[in-house]
Design a protein around this ligand. Structure first.
Ligand SMILES: Nc1ncnc2c1ncn2[C@@H]1O[C@H](COP(=O)(O)OP(=O)(O)O)[C@@H](O)[C@H]1O
Ligand SMILES: N[C@@H](CCOP(=O)(O)O)C(=O)O
Length: 332
């Protein structure tokens, strides 16, 4: 149950008054979610999701909320935060930082097919292009510098095999990050990324037939940061285009994902060449964070640890079976 803070109708109405959204009709706690308190909120002004931030502070939130606002203003389907007359989008409800975002229609697709992957791929590319002029900067807080400081803390908790893998992958990723091709990505294919665009962070509304559902939006941008766009592509491939049991890439879905992405933003030749390395980086990122949540849980953490072994399997597979997407045309 993800209602960590009870919000009374009176507290919700006070926010609606400030936002001039009329009278509250219904306030319903959302059970899913592990980080924040979320409510579905219906009022004269429409259908929204009220989020009370349980972990992120007022200082940290503007990067995420302004990014979603920026993307929404450029036509990307994301839950635009509502602003008051002064343009403020971050409020306080029950003593917690809070925001009211548009409610996306539909639900999650937990067994995606090619058609779903194509929609996510094309929308992801449009999102990357729309983020190019976003003025705020924050690094990906779960990137290489975080692995560098976290891996030594994990080592005492790992088996010999796990230790060997995590240390050799960290060394490989250090080498990659110092390479000239990677510097090219930082210079030419870099910007705000979602960085956690898994199946449970995208909504689809029902279509007439299975597989015909239409993407209604991306949400949960609270791991977003500035990183290579290819890292975001790799995070998606490792979740949307795999066989969950084995961790192996499903080549049909993965090829469709990349082809759809490239209809909006063709990958450069360097990006194509680095894709296998970035697939490894994306697997490493979630293996490290899942190990961290399992072995070193934060005090009073609300998080329920996901199984790290899944991303260990994914990482071993990406090392053993490097995957390149077919490319229509290889730019230099
Ligand atoms: N803008 C939105 N529109 C529709 N549903 C949403 C929206 N934001 C969150 N939800 C619902 O709330 C659930 C929890 O949200 P999530 O952001 O994953 O929470 P947490 O940050 O606590 O992990 C989602 O699975 C989804 O069902
Ligand atoms: N997608 C990550 C966990 C991030 O948590 P979220 O539910 O807030 O997206 C993982 O699978 O490890």
């Amino acid at each position: 149950m993800a209602v960590f803070t009870e919000v009374s109708p009176a507290a919700a109405q006070a926010l609606l008054d400030r936002l001039q959204l009329g009278r509250l009709h219904e306030l319903r706690g959302i059970g899913a979610g592990i980080e924040n308190t979320n409510y579905f909120l219906d009022c004269d002004g429409g259908h929204f999701v009220l989020t009370l931030f349980e972990r992120l502070t007022r200082e940290q939130l503007p990067f995420y909320l302004r990014l979603v606002q920026h993307l929404s203003q450029r036509g990307i389907p994301v839950p635009a935060p509502k602003a008051d007359a002064a343009g403020e989008i971050l409020f306080e409800v029950c003593g917690k930082p809070a925001a009211l975002g548009d409610r996306l229609h539909g639900g999650h697709i937990l067994a995606p097919d090619v058609f779903h992957c194509e929609q996510v791929g094309a929308t992801l590319a449009r999102m990357h292009l729309a983020g190019r002029d976003y003025p705020l900067h924050q690094p990906n807080l779960r990137g290489l510098p975080w692995w560098r400081e976290t891996v030594p803390l994990l080592l005492p908790h790992l088996s010999t095999d796990e230790r060997a893998l995590i240390e050799s992958e960290l060394a490989y990723q250090e080498h990659l990050a110092a390479s000239a091709p990677y510097a090219e990505l930082l210079a030419h294919a870099f910007g705000p990324v979602h960085a956690d665009l898994f199946r449970d962070n995208v909504m689809f509304e029902p279509g007439e037939a299975q597989g015909r559902e239409r993407l209604t939006g991306f949400f949960d941008f609270y791991f977003a940061g500035c990183d290579t766009w290819l890292f975001d592509v790799a995070v998606c491939l490792n979740d949307w285009c795999i066989d969950l049991a084995s961790g192996r890439l499903d080549e049909t879905r993965a090829s469709a994902f990349v082809a759809a992405y490239e209809t909006e933003r063709p990958l450069s030749g360097t990006e194509h060449r680095l894709l296998p390395a970035l697939l490894r980086a994306a697997a490493m990122r979630f293996w490290v964070s899942r190990l961290f949540d399992l072995h070193l849980p934060r005090e009073a953490a609300l998080l329920k640890a996901h199984d790290p072994r899944h991303f260990e399997r994914v990482l071993r597979d990406r090392i053993a079976n490097p995957w390149h997407a077919a490319s229509v045309e290889r730019a230099p």
